[in-house]
Design a protein around this ligand. Structure first.
Ligand code: PSU
Ligand code: MN
Length: 305
Protein backbone atom coordinates (compact mmCIF):
# COMPACT_ATOMS: atom_id res chain seq x y z
CA UNK A 1 0.00 0.00 0.00
CA UNK A 2 1.25 3.47 -0.75
CA UNK A 3 2.35 5.80 2.01
CA UNK A 4 -0.75 7.93 1.78
CA UNK A 5 -3.10 4.93 1.96
CA UNK A 6 -1.63 3.23 5.02
CA UNK A 7 -0.30 5.67 7.59
CA UNK A 8 1.71 4.52 10.58
CA UNK A 9 1.98 6.74 13.63
CA UNK A 10 5.50 7.80 14.43
CA UNK A 11 5.48 5.65 17.55
CA UNK A 12 4.44 2.53 15.63
CA UNK A 13 6.89 3.22 12.79
CA UNK A 14 9.74 3.60 15.25
CA UNK A 15 8.76 0.47 17.17
CA UNK A 16 8.68 -1.54 13.93
CA UNK A 17 12.04 -0.16 12.80
CA UNK A 18 13.59 -1.13 16.10
CA UNK A 19 11.73 -4.45 16.18
CA UNK A 20 10.13 -3.54 19.48
CA UNK A 21 6.89 -5.33 20.53
CA UNK A 22 3.67 -3.90 19.07
CA UNK A 23 0.05 -4.95 19.65
CA UNK A 24 -2.66 -4.18 17.09
CA UNK A 25 -6.04 -3.14 18.54
CA UNK A 26 -9.33 -2.90 16.66
CA UNK A 27 -11.67 0.06 16.71
CA UNK A 28 -15.14 -1.38 16.03
CA UNK A 29 -15.39 -2.36 19.66
CA UNK A 30 -14.81 1.32 20.53
CA UNK A 31 -17.15 2.87 17.95
CA UNK A 32 -19.91 0.25 17.83
CA UNK A 33 -19.35 -2.24 20.64
CA UNK A 34 -19.31 -0.07 23.76
CA UNK A 35 -21.54 2.78 24.97
CA UNK A 36 -20.32 6.38 24.97
CA UNK A 37 -18.65 8.00 26.94
CA UNK A 38 -17.20 4.85 28.48
CA UNK A 39 -15.86 3.77 25.08
CA UNK A 40 -13.20 6.49 24.88
CA UNK A 41 -11.97 5.83 28.41
CA UNK A 42 -11.73 2.13 27.58
CA UNK A 43 -9.83 2.82 24.35
CA UNK A 44 -7.30 4.89 26.30
CA UNK A 45 -7.12 2.35 29.10
CA UNK A 46 -6.41 -0.51 26.67
CA UNK A 47 -3.52 1.40 25.13
CA UNK A 48 -2.18 1.98 28.63
CA UNK A 49 -2.41 -1.75 29.43
CA UNK A 50 -0.22 -2.46 26.38
CA UNK A 51 2.34 0.18 27.40
CA UNK A 52 2.50 -1.04 30.99
CA UNK A 53 3.34 -4.52 29.70
CA UNK A 54 6.23 -3.05 27.69
CA UNK A 55 4.74 -2.95 24.18
CA UNK A 56 3.44 -0.26 21.82
CA UNK A 57 -0.30 -0.09 21.06
CA UNK A 58 -1.40 0.29 17.43
CA UNK A 59 -5.11 1.05 17.37
CA UNK A 60 -6.31 0.79 13.76
CA UNK A 61 -9.09 2.76 12.03
CA UNK A 62 -9.86 4.56 8.76
CA UNK A 63 -10.20 8.35 8.92
CA UNK A 64 -10.89 10.52 5.88
CA UNK A 65 -9.94 7.76 3.50
CA UNK A 66 -6.69 6.89 5.19
CA UNK A 67 -5.97 3.65 7.00
CA UNK A 68 -4.27 4.63 10.23
CA UNK A 69 -2.11 2.29 12.28
CA UNK A 70 -1.65 3.97 15.66
CA UNK A 71 -4.01 6.80 16.56
CA UNK A 72 -3.28 10.03 18.39
CA UNK A 73 -5.61 11.38 21.07
CA UNK A 74 -7.84 13.39 18.76
CA UNK A 75 -8.10 10.52 16.25
CA UNK A 76 -9.10 8.15 19.03
CA UNK A 77 -11.71 10.70 20.15
CA UNK A 78 -13.17 10.85 16.66
CA UNK A 79 -13.50 7.07 16.49
CA UNK A 80 -15.24 7.07 19.87
CA UNK A 81 -17.52 10.09 19.48
CA UNK A 82 -18.21 10.79 15.80
CA UNK A 83 -21.51 9.16 14.84
CA UNK A 84 -20.62 9.21 11.15
CA UNK A 85 -17.81 6.70 11.75
CA UNK A 86 -18.97 3.56 9.97
CA UNK A 87 -18.26 -0.10 10.65
CA UNK A 88 -15.75 -1.49 8.16
CA UNK A 89 -15.14 -5.15 7.48
CA UNK A 90 -12.21 -5.97 5.21
CA UNK A 91 -14.33 -5.79 2.07
CA UNK A 92 -15.30 -2.22 2.98
CA UNK A 93 -11.73 -0.95 3.14
CA UNK A 94 -11.25 -0.22 -0.56
CA UNK A 95 -14.57 1.65 -1.01
CA UNK A 96 -13.93 3.61 2.21
CA UNK A 97 -10.43 4.61 1.11
CA UNK A 98 -11.66 5.58 -2.35
CA UNK A 99 -14.54 7.64 -0.95
CA UNK A 100 -12.45 9.39 1.69
CA UNK A 101 -14.78 7.89 4.31
CA UNK A 102 -14.16 7.23 7.99
CA UNK A 103 -14.84 3.99 9.77
CA UNK A 104 -13.91 1.74 12.63
CA UNK A 105 -12.31 -1.55 11.63
CA UNK A 106 -13.68 -4.95 12.64
CA UNK A 107 -11.47 -7.92 13.40
CA UNK A 108 -11.31 -8.78 9.68
CA UNK A 109 -10.33 -5.28 8.55
CA UNK A 110 -7.95 -4.76 11.48
CA UNK A 111 -6.23 -8.10 10.92
CA UNK A 112 -5.76 -7.30 7.24
CA UNK A 113 -4.27 -3.86 7.90
CA UNK A 114 -2.13 -5.12 10.79
CA UNK A 115 -0.68 -7.93 8.69
CA UNK A 116 0.02 -5.50 5.82
CA UNK A 117 1.91 -3.33 8.29
CA UNK A 118 3.98 -6.26 9.51
CA UNK A 119 2.28 -6.60 12.89
CA UNK A 120 1.86 -10.14 14.14
CA UNK A 121 -0.13 -9.83 17.38
CA UNK A 122 -3.63 -8.48 17.73
CA UNK A 123 -6.04 -8.32 20.69
CA UNK A 124 -9.82 -8.03 20.66
CA UNK A 125 -12.81 -9.04 22.76
CA UNK A 126 -14.62 -11.83 20.97
CA UNK A 127 -14.43 -12.72 17.29
CA UNK A 128 -17.40 -12.69 14.99
CA UNK A 129 -18.64 -16.04 13.71
CA UNK A 130 -21.65 -18.04 12.64
CA UNK A 131 -24.92 -16.52 13.81
CA UNK A 132 -27.63 -18.71 15.33
CA UNK A 133 -30.00 -17.94 12.45
CA UNK A 134 -27.43 -19.02 9.90
CA UNK A 135 -29.67 -21.51 8.09
CA UNK A 136 -32.03 -18.71 7.07
CA UNK A 137 -29.77 -15.63 7.06
CA UNK A 138 -26.38 -17.13 6.06
CA UNK A 139 -24.91 -14.60 8.48
CA UNK A 140 -21.32 -15.62 9.13
CA UNK A 141 -18.85 -12.90 10.11
CA UNK A 142 -16.20 -12.07 7.53
CA UNK A 143 -13.75 -12.42 10.43
CA UNK A 144 -13.54 -16.18 9.85
CA UNK A 145 -12.71 -16.17 6.15
CA UNK A 146 -10.14 -13.42 6.52
CA UNK A 147 -8.42 -15.13 9.44
CA UNK A 148 -8.13 -18.28 7.34
CA UNK A 149 -5.89 -16.30 4.95
CA UNK A 150 -3.94 -14.03 7.26
CA UNK A 151 -0.87 -14.86 9.32
CA UNK A 152 -1.64 -13.11 12.58
CA UNK A 153 -2.05 -14.16 16.19
CA UNK A 154 -5.37 -13.01 17.63
CA UNK A 155 -5.90 -13.01 21.39
CA UNK A 156 -9.64 -13.23 22.05
CA UNK A 157 -12.12 -14.52 24.63
CA UNK A 158 -13.40 -16.96 22.04
CA UNK A 159 -16.22 -15.83 19.78
CA UNK A 160 -19.17 -13.77 20.93
CA UNK A 161 -21.65 -15.91 22.84
CA UNK A 162 -24.50 -14.34 20.87
CA UNK A 163 -23.33 -16.69 18.08
CA UNK A 164 -23.72 -20.38 17.36
CA UNK A 165 -20.45 -21.34 19.06
CA UNK A 166 -20.27 -25.04 18.04
CA UNK A 167 -21.00 -24.11 14.40
CA UNK A 168 -18.34 -21.39 14.53
CA UNK A 169 -15.79 -23.87 15.89
CA UNK A 170 -16.62 -26.25 13.05
CA UNK A 171 -16.10 -23.47 10.52
CA UNK A 172 -12.75 -22.56 12.08
CA UNK A 173 -11.70 -26.19 11.80
CA UNK A 174 -12.77 -26.36 8.16
CA UNK A 175 -10.94 -23.13 7.41
CA UNK A 176 -7.77 -24.38 9.10
CA UNK A 177 -7.54 -21.67 11.77
CA UNK A 178 -5.55 -22.94 14.76
CA UNK A 179 -6.92 -22.50 18.26
CA UNK A 180 -4.97 -22.60 21.51
CA UNK A 181 -6.85 -22.60 24.80
CA UNK A 182 -4.85 -20.35 27.11
CA UNK A 183 -4.73 -22.07 30.49
CA UNK A 184 -7.93 -23.93 29.68
CA UNK A 185 -9.15 -27.11 28.01
CA UNK A 186 -12.37 -25.36 27.01
CA UNK A 187 -13.12 -22.74 24.41
CA UNK A 188 -14.01 -19.53 26.29
CA UNK A 189 -17.55 -18.15 26.03
CA UNK A 190 -16.81 -14.41 25.66
CA UNK A 191 -18.97 -13.08 28.56
CA UNK A 192 -18.55 -16.53 30.14
CA UNK A 193 -15.32 -18.28 31.10
CA UNK A 194 -16.29 -21.39 29.18
CA UNK A 195 -18.52 -22.14 26.22
CA UNK A 196 -18.56 -25.78 27.29
CA UNK A 197 -16.87 -26.77 24.01
CA UNK A 198 -13.46 -28.47 24.28
CA UNK A 199 -10.30 -27.22 22.55
CA UNK A 200 -7.66 -29.59 21.16
CA UNK A 201 -4.61 -27.66 22.31
CA UNK A 202 -3.80 -25.92 25.57
CA UNK A 203 -0.87 -23.61 26.33
CA UNK A 204 -0.03 -21.88 29.59
CA UNK A 205 2.62 -19.24 28.90
CA UNK A 206 3.37 -16.53 26.32
CA UNK A 207 6.54 -18.46 25.39
CA UNK A 208 4.45 -21.49 24.49
CA UNK A 209 2.31 -19.33 22.19
CA UNK A 210 5.44 -17.95 20.56
CA UNK A 211 6.75 -21.49 20.01
CA UNK A 212 3.56 -22.30 18.07
CA UNK A 213 3.94 -19.10 16.00
CA UNK A 214 7.52 -20.03 15.13
CA UNK A 215 6.41 -23.54 14.16
CA UNK A 216 3.69 -22.05 11.93
CA UNK A 217 6.33 -20.03 10.12
CA UNK A 218 8.82 -22.89 9.92
CA UNK A 219 6.14 -25.12 8.43
CA UNK A 220 5.03 -22.66 5.76
CA UNK A 221 1.79 -23.59 4.03
CA UNK A 222 -1.45 -21.61 4.05
CA UNK A 223 -1.23 -18.24 5.78
CA UNK A 224 -3.79 -18.89 8.47
CA UNK A 225 -4.20 -17.05 11.77
CA UNK A 226 -3.61 -18.48 15.23
CA UNK A 227 -6.30 -17.87 17.84
CA UNK A 228 -5.25 -17.62 21.46
CA UNK A 229 -8.49 -18.25 23.30
CA UNK A 230 -8.14 -16.57 26.68
CA UNK A 231 -11.06 -16.92 29.09
CA UNK A 232 -12.36 -14.14 31.33
CA UNK A 233 -11.68 -15.03 34.97
CA UNK A 234 -14.60 -16.88 36.57
CA UNK A 235 -14.99 -14.16 39.20
CA UNK A 236 -15.46 -11.59 36.42
CA UNK A 237 -17.74 -13.54 34.10
CA UNK A 238 -21.41 -12.74 33.56
CA UNK A 239 -23.79 -14.88 35.61
CA UNK A 240 -24.53 -17.76 33.17
CA UNK A 241 -28.26 -17.89 34.03
CA UNK A 242 -28.64 -14.13 33.50
CA UNK A 243 -26.65 -14.46 30.26
CA UNK A 244 -28.93 -17.16 28.84
CA UNK A 245 -32.13 -15.36 29.82
CA UNK A 246 -31.20 -11.91 28.49
CA UNK A 247 -29.64 -13.34 25.33
CA UNK A 248 -32.83 -15.24 24.49
CA UNK A 249 -34.81 -11.97 24.77
CA UNK A 250 -32.20 -10.13 22.71
CA UNK A 251 -32.35 -12.66 19.87
CA UNK A 252 -36.17 -12.50 19.83
CA UNK A 253 -36.16 -8.71 19.71
CA UNK A 254 -33.49 -8.65 17.01
CA UNK A 255 -35.66 -10.92 14.86
CA UNK A 256 -38.85 -8.98 15.52
CA UNK A 257 -37.23 -5.69 14.57
CA UNK A 258 -35.80 -7.21 11.40
CA UNK A 259 -32.26 -6.14 12.22
CA UNK A 260 -29.81 -7.69 9.76
CA UNK A 261 -26.27 -7.49 8.42
CA UNK A 262 -23.74 -5.30 10.18
CA UNK A 263 -26.31 -4.10 12.69
CA UNK A 264 -26.88 -7.48 14.33
CA UNK A 265 -23.77 -7.71 16.52
CA UNK A 266 -23.89 -4.11 17.87
CA UNK A 267 -27.62 -4.48 18.58
CA UNK A 268 -27.19 -7.70 20.54
CA UNK A 269 -24.22 -6.41 22.55
CA UNK A 270 -26.10 -3.23 23.42
CA UNK A 271 -29.29 -5.11 24.32
CA UNK A 272 -27.39 -7.39 26.68
CA UNK A 273 -25.66 -4.46 28.36
CA UNK A 274 -28.94 -2.58 28.91
CA UNK A 275 -30.89 -5.58 30.14
CA UNK A 276 -28.21 -6.90 32.48
CA UNK A 277 -27.79 -3.54 34.25
CA UNK A 278 -24.37 -3.22 32.70
CA UNK A 279 -23.14 -6.59 33.98
CA UNK A 280 -22.46 -7.88 30.46
CA UNK A 281 -20.49 -4.72 29.74
CA UNK A 282 -18.26 -5.32 32.77
CA UNK A 283 -17.67 -8.93 31.73
CA UNK A 284 -16.92 -7.81 28.17
CA UNK A 285 -14.42 -5.23 29.44
CA UNK A 286 -12.77 -7.71 31.80
CA UNK A 287 -12.32 -10.09 28.87
CA UNK A 288 -10.89 -7.41 26.59
CA UNK A 289 -8.48 -6.12 29.24
CA UNK A 290 -7.21 -9.64 29.91
CA UNK A 291 -6.75 -10.24 26.19
CA UNK A 292 -4.88 -6.99 25.65
CA UNK A 293 -2.56 -7.71 28.56
CA UNK A 294 -1.84 -11.22 27.30
CA UNK A 295 -1.31 -9.98 23.74
CA UNK A 296 1.29 -7.53 25.02
CA UNK A 297 3.07 -10.32 26.91
CA UNK A 298 3.09 -12.45 23.76
CA UNK A 299 4.40 -9.50 21.73
CA UNK A 300 7.23 -9.03 24.25
CA UNK A 301 8.07 -12.75 24.08
CA UNK A 302 7.92 -12.63 20.25
CA UNK A 303 10.15 -9.58 19.82
CA UNK A 304 13.88 -10.22 19.35
CA UNK A 305 15.73 -9.76 22.65
N1 PSU B 1 -15.30 -7.87 20.42
C1 PSU B 1 -16.01 -7.15 21.35
N2 PSU B 1 -16.90 -6.23 20.87
C2 PSU B 1 -17.08 -5.99 19.52
C3 PSU B 1 -16.34 -6.75 18.57
C4 PSU B 1 -15.45 -7.67 19.08
O1 PSU B 1 -15.85 -7.35 22.56
O2 PSU B 1 -17.89 -5.12 19.16
C5 PSU B 1 -16.53 -6.49 17.06
C6 PSU B 1 -15.29 -6.92 16.27
O3 PSU B 1 -14.85 -5.80 15.53
C7 PSU B 1 -15.79 -8.02 15.35
C8 PSU B 1 -17.20 -7.57 15.10
O4 PSU B 1 -15.03 -8.12 14.18
O5 PSU B 1 -17.62 -7.19 16.42
C9 PSU B 1 -18.04 -8.66 14.46
O6 PSU B 1 -19.08 -8.07 13.75
P1 PSU B 1 -19.90 -8.94 12.67
O7 PSU B 1 -20.56 -10.01 13.49
O8 PSU B 1 -20.88 -7.95 12.06
O9 PSU B 1 -18.91 -9.46 11.69
MN1 MN C 1 -22.68 -10.47 10.08
Amino acid sequence: MSDTTLLLSEEVREALDRRRPVVALESTIIAHGLPSPRNLRVAEELEEVVRTAGAVPATIAVLDGRALVGLDKSQLERVANDDSVRKLGHRDLAPALAAGASGATTVSATALLAARTGLRIFATGGLGGVHREWTTTQDESADLGLLARTRITVVCAGVKSILDVPATLQRLETLGVGILGYGTEYFPGFYLSSSGEPVDWTVRTPDEVVAVMRAQDALGGPEAALLVANPVAECEQLDPALHDRVLADALTECGERGIAGQGVTPFLLDYLARHSEGASLEANLAAVRGNVRLAAEIAVAWAPA
